[in-house]
Design a protein around this ligand. Structure first.
Ligand code: F6P
Length: 342
């Protein structure tokens, strides 16, 4: 059996841990051969590959990024994209694919399954917004990095008694903002799932100053003010139609400063949240996903994705997982109201 492995979409810590675990188990237990497909779907369309064996995955467990490269290429928007992928798979005698990606990459995987390609998905993303799984790997590392940044921002905010706004990633979900904000003791957390009221945010900020502490406001890049337009860095879209987010943090700091007449600054954490070594938990989860993906290929459970439910790894149909993004439930957010403005 020959298995192809591909990583697509934005990278995240833990991708290499999955690749390693898939190759180690496939080679050591089943004597399978592996082909690495480079740069996500771009490599599948353009026939760019590398050999993958146990030697090539040694030492990569703690490495961030992906040894296979990644891209946001959407083959469904290219002429004969699916046929070209099938040609690449035939040329390398690949019987099955392990596709490691987020909602976009797995959406393509769903279409390929319908077109008769045998594959198994593995959910990744720092955003934690893939449906069907409690958590994706990459998320824990991103939350750790953002929490560490918030801890540091507290001390400088206190020294200057100013508002510090921290903009975090997450696209249209607030998982990173909520988890890092709560873990870092933020005084306001703004998530895309709930439009925020600028008056309320400023009231929280003032309240925090009144008790003689400096406010930390965590805002998700996709958060939007009530009856307002989302603030975008530019209007360009990627091949999956996503606008490039970021900009809300700067806007918010300016508004807060103007209304409270106290200094406010912004820190945009950006791609720092995606880089570097994965946390121990992400290595653990990525490794388990990889092992279970190999089992799914062995069992011919194609068109499924490995998923975490509680502490169990299960298989869910790919189209269930990619039907819509997983967002923060309002009742979960509401649990933390006691910390806002205090
Ligand atoms: O999906 C992961 C993510 O990091 C989002 O949080 C963010 O909006 C986006 O990717 C940034 O993508 P790019 O790699 O195109 O800058």
């Amino acid at each position: 059996m020959r298995v192809g492995v591909l990583t697509g979409g934005g990278d995240c810590p833990g991708l290499n841990a999955v690749i390693r675990s898939v190759v180690r188990k496939g080679v050591q237990e089943y004597a399978w051969e592996f082909t690495g497909i480079l740069d996500g779907w771009a490599g599948a369309v353009k026939d760019m590959t590398m050999a993958l064996d146990v030697r090539s995955v040694r030492g990569i467990l703690p490495l961030g990024g992906t040894i296979l490269g990644s891209s946001r290429t959407n083959p469904l928007r290219l002429d004969h994209g699916i046929d070209r992928i099938k040609d690449t798979l035939d040329a390398h005698r690949i019987d099955a694919l392990v596709v490691i990606g987020g909602e976009d990459t797995l959406g393509v995987a769903t279409a390929l399954t319908e077109a008769g390609v045998d594959l198994v998905g593995v959910p990744k993303t720092i955003d934690n917004d893939v449906g069907g799984t409690d958590y994706t790997f990459g998320f824990d590392t991103a939350v750790g990095i953002a929490t560490d940044a918030i801890d540091r921002l507290h001390t400088t905010a206190e020294s200057h008694k100013r508002t510090l706004v921290v903009e975090v990633m997450g696209r249209h979900s607030g998982w990173i903002a909520l988890h890092a904000g709560i873990s870092g003791g933020a005084n306001a957390i703004l998530i895309p799932e709930l439009e925020f009221d600028l008056d309320e945010v400023c009231a929280w900020v003032e309240k925090r100053f009144e008790i003689n502490y400096a406010p930390i406001v965590v805002v998700a890049e996709g958060a939007v003010p009530k009856a307002g337009q989302m603030v975008l860095k530019d209007e360009s879209r990627d091949q999956f139609g996503h606008v490039r987010l970021s900009g809300i943090g700067d806007w918010l700091a300016r508004e807060i400063e103007g209304r409270t007449r106290k200094d406010a600054r912004t820190t945009v954490l950006g791609h720092i949240q995606r880089g570097g070594t994965p946390s121990a938990y992400d290595r653990w989860l990525a490794t388990r996903f990889g092992l279970h993906a190999v089992d799914a290929v062995r069992d011919g459970a194609f068109g499924t994705m490995t998923a975490l439910r509680g502490t169990q790894i299960v298989r869910v149909p790919l189209d269930d997982a990619t039907r819509g993004i997983k967002r923060v439930p309002p009742e979960l957010y509401a649990e933390f109201g006691v910390f806002f403005g205090t």
